[in-house]
Write a protein that binds this ligand. Structure first.
Ligand code: KIV
Ligand code: ZN
Length: 388
C-alpha cells in the first residue's frame, strides 16, 4: 500500500465526539478508548482541546504517555496561549500534531469572531507559523469552510500552507454541503491553491442532513486523503462522519475507490460497543455496520434467500466487522424455511405435518409477541409436537 492509495483516518471521538451532549468521558475513560482506537488502526487520534479544561489537558497527557503508534493531535484556537497549552500537553508524545482552527465564513466572521477578512488572514498566518515553530506537524482547519466565499477560502488556505501547515482540513461544520459540491470544492482547492499538492487535504463532515459519510467519500473523490471521523458517528448535533461506515464503504466498494484505510475492520463492532459502554450513549438499532439490526433478517423472503446464499441480502460478511454472525430473527414476517431451519439447528427432526403444526402455532404466537426466540420455539415444539 503506498501513501497515495491510503486514506488517513483522523479520529476525533475524544474531541469533537466527546464534546457532544451525553458523550463526555473522564480522562481515564479516554485512555481506554484511545488504546482501542490504536488497536483499531486509526492514523491520528485527536485527544482533546487542552485550552478548554483541565480534564482535556490531563487526558491528552495520559494518552501521550500510553499510546505511541498513532499521531496524537490536540485542538487550539488561533491564539498564542491555546497553542502553547497544546504544545505543553504534547510534550513527550511520539508523533505529535498541533491542530489550529479559525472560522472563515461571513456569518462566523461577523457574529462570532467580529473580525474582518484581513484579521482572519493575519491570525491564520501568525498561528500556523507559531504552531510550526513548536511542532513539525501542523493541521489548519477553516471552520465553516463550506459556507465561506470561494475566493476567501482559497486565500486563507494559501496563507496556512505558506506558513507551514502540513494538513489542510476543510470542515463542513454545519453539515450543509452536498456530495456534488464537496467533490467539486476539494478538486478546485487542490487544483488552484499554490502548494496545495504538497500537503494533505482533509474532510471533516458533520451529519446535519445525514450526508456526512457521503460527503466524506465525495471529498476523497475530489482529492482528500485524510478523513475526520468518530466511532458510532458521535459528535456535535447529528454527529460526525462514522468511522465504521466510511471504512466499510471504502472496503466494500474498493473496486470503485481503489483506496484503502489501515483500519482493522474486525475491531469495528467491539470498538463501537466499548464506546457505548463508556458513554452510555445507545446505538441506533438500524445503524449501519454496528447496529443490532445491521445483519438481522426477519422477512420470510429475505430469510429464504439468506439460507440459500448470504449474498442475496448481505453485501458484507458480519465477521469482517466483528459480529459473530448474521441473525435470522423469527417474527411475524418469517416463513416456514427459517422456522424449519431454526428447529433443525436446535436438534429436532420433524416431518412435514409436524412442521406445519409448529408453524401454525408459531404464527399464532407472533400475533402476541414481536420476536420468537429459541426458548419459545422449544416450548412450541414440546406443546404441539411432542405433547406435554
Ligand atoms: O466542525 C468543525 O469545524 C470542527 C473544527 C474545529 C475542526 O470541529
Ligand atoms: Zn466538527
Amino acid at each position: 500500500m503506498t501513501a497515495s492509495d491510503t486514506i488517513r483516518i483522523f479520529d476525533t471521538t475524544l474531541r469533537d465526539g466527546e464534546q457532544s451532549p451525553g458523550c463526555s468521558m473522564t480522562p481515564q475513560q479516554k485512555v481506554v478508548m484511545a488504546r482501542a482506537l490504536d488497536a483499531l488502526g486509526v492514523d491520528i487520534i485527536e485527544t482533546g482541546f487542552p485550552a478548554s479544561s483541565e480534564s482535556d489537558r490531563e487526558a491528552a497527557r495520559l494518552i501521550a504517555r500510553e499510546v505511541r503508534r498513532p499521531t496524537l493531535a490536540v485542538l487550539s484556537r488561533c491564539l498564542p496561549a491555546d497553542i502553547e497549552a497544546s504544545a505543553r500537553v504534547l510534550d513527550g508524545t511520539a508523533n505529535p500534531r498541533l491542530h489550529v482552527f479559525i472560522s472563515t465564513s461571513p456569518l462566523h466572521r461577523e457574529h462570532k469572531l467580529r473580525m474582518s477578512r484581513q484579521q482572519v488572514l493575519d491570525m491564520t498566518a501568525a498561528s500556523v507559523a507559531h504552531a510550526r515553530r513548536l511542532i513539525g506537524d501542523v493541521e489548519f482547519s477553516a471552520e465553516d469552510a463550506t459556507r465561506t466565499e470561494d475566493d476567501f477560502l482559497g486565500e486563507v488556505i494559501g496563507v496556512a500552507i505558506a506558513n507551514g501547515a502540513t494538513t489542510i482540513n476543510v470542515p463542513d461544520t454545519l453539515g450543509y454541503a452536498t456530495p456534488e459540491e464537496t467533490r467539486a470544492l476539494f478538486a478546485r482547492l487542490i487544483g488552484t491553491i499554490p502548494g496545495a499538492r504538497e500537503v494533505i487535504f482533509s474532510a471533516h463532515c458533520h451529519n446535519d442532513l445525514g450526508l456526512a459519510v457521503a460527503n466524506s467519500l465525495a471529498a476523497i473523490e475530489g482529492g482528500a486523503r485524510q478523513v475526520e471521523c468518530t466511532v458510532n458517528g458521535i459528535g456535535e448535533r447529528a454527529g460526525n462522519c462514522a468511522v465504521e461506515e466510511l471504512a466499510m464503504a471504502l472496503k466494500v466498494r474498493n473496486a470503485f475507490y481503489n483506496l484503502d484505510t489501515r483500519i482493522d475492520t474486525r475491531r469495528l463492532v467491539p470498538t463501537s460497543q466499548l464506546l457505548r459502554r463508556l458513554t452510555g450513549m445507545a446505538i441506533q438499532r438500524n445503524k449501519a455496520i454496528v447496529g443490532e439490526n445491521a445483519f438481522a433478517h426477519e422477512s420470510g423472503i429475505h430469510q429464504h434467500g439468506m439460507l440459500r446464499h448470504r449474498g442475496t441480502y448481505e453485501i458484507m460478511n458480519p465477521a469482517d466487522v466483528g459480529w459473530p454472525d448474521s441473525k435470522l430473527v423469527l417474527g411475524r414476517h418469517s416463513g416456514r424455511a427459517a422456522v424449519g431451519h431454526r428447529i433443525r439447528a436446535l436438534g429436532h427432526t420433524l416431518d412435514e405435518p409436524q412442521l406445519e403444526q409448529v408453524f401454525a402455532a408459531f404464527k399464532a404466537l407472533c400475533e402476541r409477541q414481536r420476536v420468537v426466540d429459541d426458548n419459545d420455539l422449544e416450548a412450541l415444539l414440546h406443546g404441539d409436537v411432542h405433547g406435554r
